[in-house]
Design a binder for this molecule. Structure first.
Ligand code: ADP
Ligand code: MG
Length: 313
């Protein structure tokens, strides 16, 4: 392609919110064999909502939700945001809550209703832990609870499995070494996701999904969107290894992701595509920025590359 053709393509991309970093990025996209998609915030809308909250210990529902929300208050994770919103709604507005309708100032509404926590830590790929009232609280996935030797009863396990089979993420909560409850969190697919996956397959490109979420939820989401190849329970650092494993036979691999978690994988890919407003780190690591947060632009990017380079070969 002539420098003019590259310039034109770059301009067409920019008009569609597809920012291309350099001629080499533009050239490589047409050779892509695998497109690896992050799940949360990339294939899904990244707008998690709590759809179920079940208390298993003899604990009051409001008490349970306030404990969980207090533990999650210092976390930046989308799951934490969903949990806080749900618990806050219960505390201030749910008719079955004794604190419903309480008049409050802004500070009370934001965090004044939460318990004080100490020793907080966020555990990537697992959840959070801290102390409340001198007792340890753990909020996260099975792995987190198992590592801490918390007993998961058959009843709890069945409930979590049920959530996961319907594509929801189950978040388990232990307080003072006892499992006190489970939250189910849903994050709907982006509307265009399935069509884009089909489109890629028609172009001979193989879609893959990678996620830190558990296997059962991951498989349910992959099935919904039409992806056959899934890699789940991947720790943040492991996503780049997944990219490398697909590159082993010399294949050109694209990675599409939105989070800080994804930046090593975006950097490792031959074609890294940061999607959405994303984090600066992800944008930095990528060859493409898909500003519209629309998965169709993955195809736009490949098409643009083909139109610019394919015909003259
Ligand atoms: P993803 O690759 O889907 O963005 P993450 O690596 O961020 O996933 O998280 C993987 C899993 O770790 C989540 O599905 C959840 O089970 C657990 N987890 C992570 N952070 C939190 C949190 N703040 N609260 C509860 N669970 C969490
Ligand atoms: Mg993500």
């Amino acid at each position: 392609a002539t420098p003019t053709a590259v310039m034109v393509a770059t301009g067409v991309g920019a008009n569609n919110g597809v920012l291309i970093k350099g001629a080499e990025s533009l050239e490589r996209a047409q050779m892509v064999k695998y497109v690896i998609f992050d799940k949360t915030g990339t294939l899904t809308q990244g707008k998690a909502t709590v759809t179920a909250a079940k208390v298993f210990a003899g604990m009051d529902r409001g008490e349970f939700l306030t404990l969980v929300a207090s533990a999650e208050a210092s976390s930046e994770h989308p799951l934490a945001k969903a949990i806080l919103q749900y618990a806050r709604h219960f505390h201030f507005f749910d008719e079955s809550s004794p604190t419903s309708g309480t008049k409050t100032d802004a500070e009370e509404f934001k965090s004044g209703w939460l318990y004080n926590v100490s020793d907080f830590s966020a555990l990537p790929g697992r959840g959070v832990q801290c102390d409340i009232d001198g007792r340890r609280i753990l909020v996260g996935n099975r792995k987190l609870l198992e590592e801490n030797g918390i007993n998961i009863s058959r009843e709890v396990e069945n409930f979590v499995v049920e959530l996961e089979e319907s594509a929801k993420t189950g978040i388990l909560v232990a307080y003072d070494d006892i499992l006190i409850g489970v939250l189910g969190i849903a994050d709907p697919l982006k509307r265009e996701a399935s069509v884009v996956i089909q489109g890629l397959q028609k172009m001979g490109v193989v879609p893959v999904m990678v996620t830190g979420d558990n296997w059962r939820t991951a498989r349910a989401v992959a099935k919904e969107v039409g992806i056959q190849d899934v890699r789940a329970e991947v720790m943040p650092a492991g996503k780049a290894d997944v990219v490398r494993s697909f590159q082993k036979d010399g294949s050109i691999v694209a990675m599409v992701g939105d989070g800080i978690n994804d930046s090593p994988a975006l950097a490792a890919a031959d074609v890294g595509m940061a999607i959405g407003a994303g984090t600066d780190v992800a944008i930095e690591a990528a060859n493409y920025v898909l500003m519209r947060d629309n998965l169709e632009d993955v195809i736009t990017a490949i098409d643009l590359s083909k139109k610019t380079f394919f015909r003259i070969r």
